[in-house]
Design a protein around this ligand. Sequence first.
Ligand code: FAD
Length: 438
Amino acid sequence: MGRGRWIAAGVAGALSTLPLFIGNRIVRKPAPVVEEPERLPAYWMDTIPELPRFRPLDENINVDVAVVGGGFTGLAIGYYLKRFDPSLRVAVLEAQRFGSGSSSRNSGGAPNYFRGHGQTEEAQRGYDLLRQFCIDNGLDVELEEQAPMITLHRHQDTATDPFLTGDALRSELNSPYYDAAVSGISNRLHPGKLIAGLIEANRQAGVELYEHSPIVQVQPGKPVWLHTAANRVIAGQVALATNAYTPGMGFAADRMFALHHRVIVTRPLTDDEWDASRLEQFPYRLEHGTFYTHTTRRTADRRLFFRHLLGHRAYERTDWTFTADDIAYGQESLLRRYPWAEGIPIDYEWHGVTARTRDRWPVAGQIDEGVSIAAGFNGNGVMATHYFGHILAHQMLGKSHQDMGMLSPASEHPAVPPELARSIGMQAWLALERKRDG
Ligand SMILES: Cc1cc2nc3c(=O)[nH]c(=O)nc-3n(C[C@H](O)[C@H](O)[C@H](O)COP(=O)(O)OP(=O)(O)OC[C@H]3O[C@@H](n4cnc5c(N)ncnc54)[C@H](O)[C@@H]3O)c2cc1C
């Protein structure tokens, strides 16, 4: 192809992604979490007793450690800091309700591996710690230790030997879509129950918990100053546990990017629908793709849970308003895989955001004077958040940890391209994924 044709093809390619910038995807500046509307509770929060409410920060406080963000990560850090040194004054400050971020909006896979890094001894230690935390705190998080099925649309996409292929798989799974299935590694749990247990463990340990207290400014130093709209926190140390919201706060913005997802949960299935779903036999299915584009699982009350990827928003915005196109894409994706689900009412629908790093490893460790971070869990944080929180708590207290070497601050991660190149690249990549998905 001549030079002119290459240029024409490049321009055509870039132009073809432009429609994807319409509506949801165009913004000029990042919106901090304070501007986000109140997140609606996901199914997981609706199926547990109502969580306790905590007062917003309505005074200035001085603490030994302040943790920003009250999801799995922040609550693990707060809990372990206070457990290791009960004399510390520790506060966790959450912008909305505790657990209202990704920690209650996920698929509840509890992997004993780190994304992209396999099933290592370190990962097993992390998983064992999470399980022990549940035992120590008397939590029933509906942990089901059963390997998932990794489903593939195209057999050739796997290097691993499938245990089911072609017509045999389609018949077993009652799905015309898939061509191969390999065994996965991961267990699953009820994320809402884990959040409830973490909140209670923090409360009992004596951690101060503040909701509806978004931090609008972080001033690193000795001490660190944090500001809400009306008050300030002076802290000896600060841990940022804000995952996908971190770039919006001005930290690690060149090391991670956000991916948005939509989850739908049907009403409980009838006996016939349940038989057709094969969710009894194959209760947890991850779909192979660059981003694990779809997840299917059952819930304890026999609903179909289905997650699909939505895309990326410029400048790492963390909110998303569903468009008609998003809903149509989700419905098409669902019915292409599970035609038997046609007409089954959807009881729950929500949006969630994950934080990706290019090397798929979390950004964790000290990031500035007095400021540490644990974020960028690559959509794989149910176990990893807890373990990285545990390790970071050790580091902040100057204690040794067998797996301290797992912490890697932002400078050790490959950079992501700056805006707008990043957004254009992401839209093109995601459009390609959708095309392959078809
Ligand atoms: C749809 C979906 C499916 C997923 N499925 C799985 C799965 O099956 N298995 C798995 O292991 N992982 C999964 N994940 C990923 C997992 O949910 C996350 O890695 C994990 O919840 C991250 O926890 P976190 O505490 O770091 O972040 P979050 O839970 O997002 O908590 C961060 C908190 O920080 C708060 N915050 C932000 N800015 C501020 C501020 N300025 N001041 C104060 N607070 C602030 C936010 O309100 C939020 O509550 C999934 C994620 C999504 C979205």
